[in-house]
Design a binder for this molecule. Structure first.
Ligand SMILES: *Cc1c(COP(=O)(O)O)cnc(C)c1O
Length: 423
């Protein structure tokens, strides 16, 4: 087997250089432990950016994938496959506010990524307005620092201008409001009446810095969307599938969205995306108006079914709450011990972040943690993000936090007065 260095050298010649990649090649894993090509062990506290819901090599998921591969991998959407239909049924049932009420969202469309799920939502909103004869309703409202993907349909919604540069994407038809500020949204909607087809929002801004919506924000958006004839689309790509301590992030605010986008944690590492919609919107995407070759294939949907089974059987929604609270408490202690580096912590469930002091780069902490054997990701340059597998053992979680504490100690030597930023 090739070494980390050999793999990195080859990668630098043959991969498009659009990523800033660590010189590490991960070869195998178990629960929240992973080993690289040189045999070095790390604790995986990012889980493929909130993807590996069940950690690595989970027996139930591994078996479902192997069994499905042995039966049939791909069928096309010209026919049905039972896995996709069962997954749709399971997902819509998870949107029931209580066991006896009807599901909020009753239909599923499957695709292969978060971006594609958002793309489907964008097309849904545009065509919904079009079919109502409202040709001028083409504008979207999203939020500054939001992340909704990088395709030409999703990119304008993403509220980070550096991602737009040079792509000629149509940001003119999107208004980016301040996250958490309902009055700003109301003003934007009032300023261009009958122009907005949808509001698109994350329950917790993930890439934007692990920023949970203030309580009541999503419910307030629901009211405003209704008053202005716009759809409310909730991007659950990072927050969905128990990550925040509920099946879906919108359930913290008890709102009824018109559509949600899912991906990351849904397949536990097998690529899959989904859009769930209200029954009333089912007439919008008629045959031929949207589709995907791979979307809903039995390998991906079979894997997602196994993820949902394991989340239920292992009580991972509850675990996301309890372990998330534990992680939050431990990270608050780390932040308090290194006040020159951190401004505290925030998050919901097992989507959490250590906030860096202004002027301290999160990447520096990321590298120090990696040197200690902990894999983390950075959100918005200012936040060190923790998205461990939902089934991470408590001892691995505690070990990881201790190593992050040591990493902080290794770089927290107080800066001399003269190097502090002035003015
Ligand atoms: C990651 C992410 C996306 C994009 O998903 P991809 O699978 O990378 O296309 C969209 N929205 C949110 C909130 C995300 O976190």
């Amino acid at each position: 087997m090739a070494s980390n260095a050999e793999i990195a050298a080859l990668a630098n010649k043959v991969l498009v250089s659009n990523y800033r990649q660590a010189p590490i090649s991960l070869a195998r894993g178990k629960n929240a432990e992973v080993w690289d090509a040189d045999g070095r062990r790390f604790i995986d506290m990012y889980a493929g950016i909130a993807v590996s819901t069940l950690g690595h090599a989970h027996p139930r998921l591994t078996k479902a994938i192997a069994d499905q591969a042995a039966a049939i991998l791909h069928t096309t959407n010209l026919v049905y496959n039972e896995q996709a239909v069962r997954l749709a049924e399971r997902l819509v049932n998870l949107t029931k506010p209580s066991p006896n009420s009807p599901p909020v969202l009753s239909r599923a469309f499957f695709c292969n990524s978060g971006t594609e799920a958002i793309e489907a939502c964008v097309k849904l909103a545009r065509r919904h307005a079009f079919l109502r004869g409202e040709a001028k309703r083409t504008r979207f409202l999203s939020f500054q620092q939001s992340f909704h993907g990088r395709s030409m349909g999703a990119l304008p919604l993403t509220g980070t201008p550096k991602y737009w540069e040079g792509f000629g994407c149509d940001v003119e038809r999107v208004t980016h409001c301040t996250y958490g500020d309902l009055s700003g949204v109301a003003i934007a909607l009032d300023t261009k009446p009958n122009e907005y087809c949808a509001i698109v929002v994350e329950p917790v801004q993930g890439e934007g810095g692990v920023l949970p919506a203030p309580p009541g924000f999503l419910a307030g958006l629901r009211k405003l969307a209704d008053q202005h004839g716009a759809l409310l689309i909730i991007d659950e790509v990072q927050t969905g599938i128990a990550r925040t301590g509920k099946w879906f992030g919108f359930q913290h605010d008890n709102v009824d969205p018109d559509a949600i986008a899912l991906a990351k944690g849904l397949g536990g590492g097998v690529p899959i995306g989904a859009m769930l919609i209200r029954e009333a919107l089912n007439a919008v995407l008629t045959p031929g108006s949207h589709g995907s070759t791979f979307g809903g294939n039995p390998l991906a949907t079979g894997a997602a079914l196994a993820v949902l089974d394991a989340v239920e059987a292992e009580h991972l929604v509850e675990r996301s709450i309890t372990l998330g609270a534990h992680l939050g408490k431990r990270l608050t202690e780390v932040a308090a011990r290194h006040p020159s580096l951190f401004d505290g912590e925030r998050g919901l469930g097992l989507l959490r972040g250590l906030i860096m002091k202004p002027g301290v780069e999160a990447r520096m902490m990321l590298l120090a943690a990696r040197n200690q054997g902990v894999l983390l990701s950075v959100a918005s340059e200012r936040v060190l993000r923790f998205t461990p597998p939902l089934n991470i053992t408590e001892s691995l979680l505690d070990e990881a936090v201790s190593l992050v504490d040591q990493a902080a100690a290794s770089i927290a030597a107080p800066a001399p007065e003269s190097t502090l930023p002035t003015g």
